[in-house]
Design a binder for this molecule. Sequence first.
Ligand code: ZN
Length: 498
Amino acid sequence: MQTWDRFKAIQKKLKAYSLALNIASWDSNTEAPKKCFPYRAEMLSIISGESFALETSPEYVGAVEAMYEARENLSAQDREEVIQAKRTLDKILKIPKDVYTDYVKLLNMSQRIWEDAKENDDYDLFKPYLEKIVATQKQLVTYRHDTSDPYNVLLDDFEAGMSMEKYDAFFDAIKTELVPFVKEVLAARPNKKPAFIEAFYDKADQKRFVEKLMAIFQYDTDRGLLKESVHPFTWNTHSQDVRFTVRYLENFVFSSIFAAIHELGHALYEMNIAEALDTTNLNTGTSMGIHESQSRFYENIIGRDKAFWSKHYQALQDMFPKQLSDVSLDDFYLGINWVEESCIRVEADELTYPLHILIRYEMERAIFNDGIDVETLPKLWNHKMKTYLNIEPSTASEGILQDVHWSGGAFGYFPTYALGSAYAAQFYDTMQKDLDFTALLEAGDLKPINDWLKDKIHQFGKLKSPEQLLLDVTGEPFNPQYYIRYLKEKYRALYLKG
Ligand code: ZN
């Protein structure tokens, strides 16, 4: 068999394994009964073992290496496929097997310990694990790269092309421009949080409204479905099967509404990837940052815009007359964009959100680059919260222990959240030159917006890198000023107009 055919044949088998594993994981996260897990874990580990053996087999590795050597002779799409395959292999093959298995064991343990530590507000319990994870991460990087900046490698793992140099420039802009601006907004904001935000909203009605949103955003229910889970997520195997979940909090209706719009953004991205890429390893979003740019574009730029609700607020009022009939559109608009100091990142509003990420970026940088010891981390965390957000967590659970990421070894992940919001603002600036955005929202006509995103971003999957996409769509490299400007204009109008 020709090398290319061998490469494609094994790729196809790997995709078959991954389909089976993914469907099981969807089931585990949505409706599998509690007691099924021990048996399931054992069976699934057999399938993933088979998949791993195939991916690291001399036959497959040889084919990838050979195609990689000859990549200049390939078509653009084939070349990208080979580069992706090689990148994945480099991450697996260069690390000694026993080091890797020990690390997986450490992470499994750490996750459980972290849950305990968070529940019991006990940082000391988690501390030795955190220390070991960081040390191992540093060591793992040295197998793959000859570098004195391991954090740079981790940043690039989560967002190809990003580095400390680029993130420093981004977060410097956030620090110098947004930190003082947030203080100004908070000083001017009315004191009393509107009561309708935390009123009681029946769960079944919330679900009906989420289904309405699916129709409004033109989500194709022949290629996907909605379920409930503790943490909302989007799941996909290829463009014809893209599902998502939300959760319903009866005393916080915004949770289901905005999680739904957020996940719809992720889902539309995956559904709109060219079907021709389904048989390749390029059939998913190109990066964490670009994925998050799409979910946040839908959630914040569309979903928290007044023009959007000028069309749909009536439907929400009709569903919840007791809670909302006395709330004007203006008050509702203020409510969905309510800014406040808060300790918990996942509950933060659009404006203060990037400051939560700024803190995590600076913490990770201190851990990896300045070698700060784990003992002093909670103090540093609280100090940064006070400096940037003017609030201090009273417990470690509300502070340094709140996020799952570090217990899973995911250092370098956090910055992509803020980056996504910033990419979204840059795309938005370009989109407004092509479309009458506000008029489309007022008319309830989202199709031209969906089509624009599909045409310029979604259809390409992993065929274009994040850097290339940004350049092709907006005509310039990443520029954080669009984000700063977008936030300042929006929140100045909301809070500082007087
Ligand atoms: Zn997301």
